[in-house]
Design a protein. Structure first.
Length: 95
C-alpha cells in the first residue's frame, strides 16, 4: 500500500485517506519526526541544492536536527546535469 503505515488506499482510481491516527504537531515536532524517520532508513543523505525553496528547506531541517549530509549545486548544462559538491568534486549525469 502507498503511504506511511498504509494510510492511503487506491482502488479503481479512487483514493481513500485514513486520518484515524492523525496527530497534531508543531512545525518543529513534525520536522523532527520526519527527519527521524528518514535517518532511521537512510544514513548517507545527499541534498541537491537547486536554488528552490524546497531543497533549502530540506537542508535547513537536516541541519537543525544535527544530521550530517552531503550537498551539491544542481546546474543544467545542455543535456547533462552537473553536480558540484562542497569538496569540489564534479559529477556528470547524462540525461
Amino acid at each position: 500500500m502507498p503511504g506511511f503505515n498504509d494510510w492511503i488506499t487506491i482502488n479503481d482510481n479512487v483514493c481513500d485517506l485514513d486520518f484515524s491516527q492523525l496527530k497534531t504537531l508543531s512545525k518543529k515536532e513534525a520536522v523532527a519526526y520526519n527527519v527521524g524517520k528518514i535517518t532511521e532508513r537512510f544514513n548517507n543523505l545527499f541534498v541537491c541544492l537547486s536554488g528552490g525553496i524546497d531543497s533549502e528547506f530540506a537542508a535547513k531541517c537536516l541541519l537543525e536536527n544535527n544530521v550530517i549530509f552531503h550537498y551539491g549545486i544542481h546546474l543544467l548544462i545542455l543535456y547533462t546535469t552537473l553536480l558540484v559538491t562542497k569538496n569540489g568534486k564534479l559529477f556528470l549525469c547524462p540525461r
